[in-house]
Design a protein around this ligand. Sequence first.
Ligand code: PMP
Length: 289
Amino acid sequence: FDDRDGFIWFDGALRPWREANVHVLTHGLHYASAVFEGARCYDGNVFALSEHSQRLIDSAAIMGFPLPWSRDEIDAAVMETLKANELTNAYVRPVAWRGSEQMGVSAQATKPHMAVACWEWGAYFGADALKKGLRLGIAKWRRPAPYTAPIHAKAAGLYMICTMSKHEAEAQGYQDALMLDWRGQVAEATGANVFFLKGDTLHTPTPDCFLDGITRRSVMRLAERRGLTVVERAIWPEELEGFEQAFLTGSAAEVTPLAEIGPWRFEVGATTLGLAQDYADLVHRRLNH
Ligand code: PMP
């Protein structure tokens, strides 16, 4: 992904894509002292841009390396990067990390760094996913308890088990994995939140040990606008049997229907597709927030 034309914003200035490099002794690489964001730009507007910038700031602060850039400056960096790359429909990836100023677990002397990259990225799960629905395996790794990891930060270290889980699911012919939490309750997918529909009620796990996604919150509002009842609660895997529809939400994943999770089957139904359309209308500014 490093050998292409374009520009990446790096610590305050645009650099040619191929020259946006860090040293191998970067603390973020060795000890996962890194946080990131993922957003999408639609027709020149980045959906919920300031919320993403604020989450990056909050994630870095939780990790103990407060960023020297304000929310407005991060917003501006994103827009500058999109403009430099002449992109109006794109995925946006801000990332911040502790640098290579010090090696060792203690990182007091390291400096915070930040970069913003953007590129064209179509449907996260491919164009077919909206029609057919995804097939998910069930991960053996579990989302950690709130007292074992900074679960409200979008921290690179939390993605170690996501990549491992996704790879294992892919090796079994699935497209992604459903992750349970440390208690064995349903948590989320490896890069998206999960919802289940039964009748006119939408059920979603309480985000007490995983990311309370920006898309998740938007879709909850859209569902209420459609007259659905939205319930956040503990969901056990055995309950999946009783749900009629299911879908994932995320900035990259948008609203993607699920056809299958392990032994359970779901219909790619009108409610899910309606919410996917509502979300598309919202991000394209055809619908008010
Ligand atoms: N959970 C995980 C693990 C994620 O990586 C993402 C994507 N950022 C989400 C949930 C969804 O969050 P959002 O809707 O804010 O993109």
